[in-house]
Design a protein around this ligand. Sequence first.
Ligand code: SAH
Length: 348
Amino acid sequence: MTSWSDLRSMNIEELTEILTANGEKRFRAGQIFSWLHRKLIVSPEEMTNVPAACLDRLLAEHPLYGVTEVERYTSRIDGTCKYLFSLHDGNMIESVMMPYKHGNSVCISSQAGCRMGCRFCASTLAGLSRNLYPSEMLDQIYAVSRLSGVRVSHVVVMGTGEPFDNFEALARMISILSGPEGLNISRRNITVSTCGLVPRMYEFADLFPQVTLAVSLHAPDDRLRRTLMPVANLYPMKELMEAAGYYVHKTGRRITFEYSLIEGVNDSLDCAAGLAALVGGMNCHINLIPVNPVKERGYRSSESRTVKEFRRYLEQRKIQVTVRREMGRDIQAACGQLRRSHIERSGS
Ligand code: SAH
């Protein structure tokens, strides 16, 4: 059972059921769904071809939730645009729009806060406030599209939160986003990043074989990974790599491993050797991310020479590797920092 029944979280089948139970014609469901997920309306009054009585009755039990812009920062360096949004209950989340040559990519949050506790991450400092509804994940994409006036072609679920800790809502969001009655964004253009909730990785590979999976690794072995990511105590590396292998085997697609480089912690050539041995032979791609310093955490980003050497070591062993381009550094576009600074400013 799902715990959301707000208007924009419902799929077309549920909407049809509710409307016909209210004595409405079936076509109303398609009409309303299209206003919500194609025309991307903000307020119910915009549904001009739907009778007020029909809408009033629907909204009485199924409110229209979404996100409201609170702050916006545009990077002068690369055009990255970061939004701080508020939710109907006052929670704050953030989303980022990144313009690339191949299209516009939106990075969305899946939870308000996070309970995974990764040591280098700002999003988890105040713990988990609550899960986002499918509507709130979708409306981040819709709002960015409305507010920036661009067509969104790619979506990455890499903002605040652990998407696999909010699995049902994530699954609903992907279905609506990639559905023909919605924005119809190709599942191949959607990426979900997880810290490695192993049972959900299997489920995800079965349900969404076309969606790209990224796994946050950040260490080559259990001993080091446990010092950085508490989730490693729950799922040892061996199980994590088996689940990654399952995804690759099941989907025939390349998996991404994220590896944030922290000075003096996980950036030695020994670590690179361990990483190469760990992933060697798997159809994968390693995304190196020089860690974004978070002031509460005390970690520093690896020197660019160290990053280069780490990268070269992997490349020489025929492992596909990229270094994540640092986007929007001038606007705190990294990982929960804007939401965090807002929480601090408002004194909560
Ligand atoms: N919970 C998911 C997705 C959100 S974080 C996950 O863990 O994958 C997206 C990526 O940013 C993850 O790889 C995460 O480990 C990384 N990350 C978090 N804080 C960071 C920081 N300060 N610097 C660099 N990468 C960071």
